[in-house]
Ligand binder design. Structure first.
Ligand code: SPV
Ligand code: MG
Length: 346
């Protein structure tokens, strides 16, 4: 076997370092006998079903998804509001469902943690919704949340009372179609209750949650726009632990998460805070550069990320490693099968 020092790369170069790193990896890293990674769907399902409260943090593109993972979150909320905002359009299904899937594909590619997509109303009827499921499974999205409103949807915080709810049977059929379509048994279909948003009370919310659960929904997202957690408290008291409940406390941020724990909530979604943080940061830096015609105010630690930090987030080092393997004739020839005469058939 050739030694690293025999390869046609000079000592101390990034390529040399990269080959050295590769050589030092344990054999199991390359072996098919290595323990298979849990599927993202399984990871998400476990987050929902385990006893303690868990959290999903919003992301809206590959970069923000990676930042969420690096912060330590175990799962990502691919927010419809944030995805549309970063595309510069409204949260009214102006981005087509394939454009949303394209963004999801980038997000899953650069992360290992599961992603729950905000699937709005499923982009149409049961048939559009189940086609969405098929595509999401292909790009390794772990679950989808669908809300009981009409296509095209409007964000829940824009004139919520004026938004019509879906017919219960129609929405149950949509959930069933999604559950019947998914191939991975752990893929999560979350049914989102908009009853409180549209001004109904607990009775209607419960009636709907009950129907959606019996239609096969794996979890219920109970949405509320109140400034306190009273809708959530009432719902949790009535619902108990029939299935996991997810909440989005954007409008009631003062309630401590321990209160949600006490209610028995399974998951909290921090729904749009990366997108909103980025708007603030971009507005400030852009305005400063415009006003001063200079980069001096922004090229400071803590104001903008350094360029090497951008490279790190893009995993630039991995490409160096790959180049040392796939653009290095010595490495290539070493790994090639020995020449054999062509087998001819009798
Ligand atoms: C989203 O993040 O797109 C949501 C949550 O649907 S909310 O905007 O709070 O309705
Ligand atoms: Mg949304």
């Amino acid at each position: 076997m050739q030694r690293i020092s025999q390869l046609a790369v000079s000592k101390g170069t990034p390529a040399f370092q990269a080959i050295k790193r590769l050589r030092s990896l344990p054999k199991a890293s390359f072996s098919s006998a290595a323990e298979p990674e849990k599927r993202k769907t399984t990871k998400l399902r476990e987050m929902f079903y385990k006893k303690d409260l868990d959290f999903l943090m919003e992301a809206h593109n590959g970069l923000s998804a990676k930042i969420v993972q690096e912060a330590g979150f175990k799962g990502i909320w691919a927010s419809g509001l944030s995805l549309s905002a970063q595309l510069g359009v409204r949260d009214n299904n102006e981005a087509s469902w394939t454009q949303v899937v394209d963004v999801c594909d980038f997000m899953t590619e650069c992360t290992d943690i599961p992603i729950l997509l905000d699937g709005d109303t499923g982009f149409g009827n049961f048939n559009n919704a189940r086609r969405l499921i098929t595509k999401l499974e292909r790009c390794d999205i772990a679950g989808v949340c669908m809300e009981d409103k009409l296509f095209p949807k409007t964000n829940s915080f824009i004139d919520g009372e004026l938004q019509p709810l879906a017919d219960i049977d129609e929405f149950c059929g949509k959930i069933m179609a999604c559950k019947d379509t998914q191939k991975d048994p752990d893929f999560m279909v979350v049914a989102r209750l908009e009853a409180f948003i549209t001004g109904y009370g607990l009775d209607e919310a419960y009636r709907r949650a009950d129907a959606y659960h019996r239609a096969g929904a794996d979890a219920i997202l109970c949405h509320s726009k109140k400034k306190d957690d009273s809708d959530i408290k009432a719902f949790m008291e009535a619902w108990g632990d029939r299935c996991p409940v997810v909440i989005v406390p954007t409008k009631y941020p003062d309630t401590p998460v321990d209160t949600f724990r006490d209610y028995g909530v399974s998951m909290v979604i921090w729904a749009n805070h990366n997108m909103r943080a980025s708007i603030n940061a971009m507005q400030q830096v852009t305005q400063d550069i415009y006003d001063t015609q200079s980069l001096v105010g922004s090229e400071k630690p803590g104001v903008i990320a350094t360029v090497p930090e951008v490279f790190r987030l893009q995993n630039t080092g991995e490409l160096k490693t790959a180049e040392a393997l796939y653009e290095n004739p010595t490495e290539i020839h070493k790994r090639m099968e020995p020449a054999r005469p062509m087998k001819t058939s009798e």
